[in-house]
Design a protein around this ligand. Structure first.
Ligand code: DX5
Ligand code: ZN
Length: 216
């Protein structure tokens, strides 16, 4: 399967979201990666359902919504209504992860689980077959533009081995510090989805940068 590129709109121009959507629609991007932060789970606040609904009107691609919030269960149906196609919750924010995943699926979305850099892959052993996507955080969540954590490669390989062992078709997504320097190695380790925020939106030509990541 060709790898998926998911630009993170966290690094886009929030005052011109419609034109950023048009750029993404006309690019080789596969998904929109949408980062929701609550100032509690992570030390930053971004946006919520009204903004997601607003960009949904202009977007033509899959909405991959990454919740960096505590107690995400209370908002699952709201994010479905706002237009999320994939809803990712953090392992560290979900004491009843199995229930959260079932509820995301019942709301008609694909279910993702994100792991912070310190969270071990093996903790997913008993649930991997229920998960559509695992998001491996390659930075500490909260901000765009941080440096990639090198230990991520080992985690991707370990997760790929677990997925193969269980015969699951879970996608592996990498989020944080992705550039053309680490993309190839991540894919070789087993990654399926590359999120890129600042590398895309802070470049001179985001459309070309997305095309370059797609060709890696
Ligand atoms: C970080 C977010 C990322 C972020 C990635 O907490 O989850 O999706 O936008 O940004 P870059 O690619 O700049 O590291
Ligand atoms: Zn993210």
């Amino acid at each position: 399967m060709a790898h998926i590129i998911a630009p993170s709109i966290l690094s886009s121009d929030f005052a011109n979201l419609q034109s950023e959507c048009e750029m993404l629609n006309n690019s080789e991007a596969d998904w929109y990666h949408i980062d929701v932060m609550d100032g509690v789970f992570v030390p930053n606040i971004t946006f919520g359902m009204p903004v997601i609904s607003a960009i949904k009107k202009h977007a033509t691609k899959t909405f991959d919504v990454h919740l960096m919030i505590v107690n995400p269960d209370q908002f699952i149906e709201d994010f479905a209504d706002a237009g999320a196609d994939i809803l990712t919750v953090h392992y560290e924010a979900c004491p009843h992860l199995h229930r959260s995943i079932q509820r995301i699926k019942a709301a008609g979305m694909k279910a993702g689980v994100a792991l912070n850099p310190h969270t071990n892959i093996n903790l997913l052993e008993d649930i991997i077959q229920d998960i559509d996507l695992v998001c491996i955080m390659s930075v500490n969540p909260g901000f765009g533009g941080q440096s990639f954590i090198e230990n991520t490669y080992t985690k991707v390989s370990e997760l790929k081995a677990l997925i193969n062992k269980k015969g699951s078709n879970t996608l592996i997504e990498i989020d944080g510090g992705v550039t053309d320097k680490n993309a190839r190695k991540l894919l070789d380790c087993g990654a399926d989805v590359l999120v890129a925020g600042s590398f895309v939106f802070k470049s001179d030509n985001p459309t070309q940068t997305i095309a370059n990541l797609k060709k890696v």
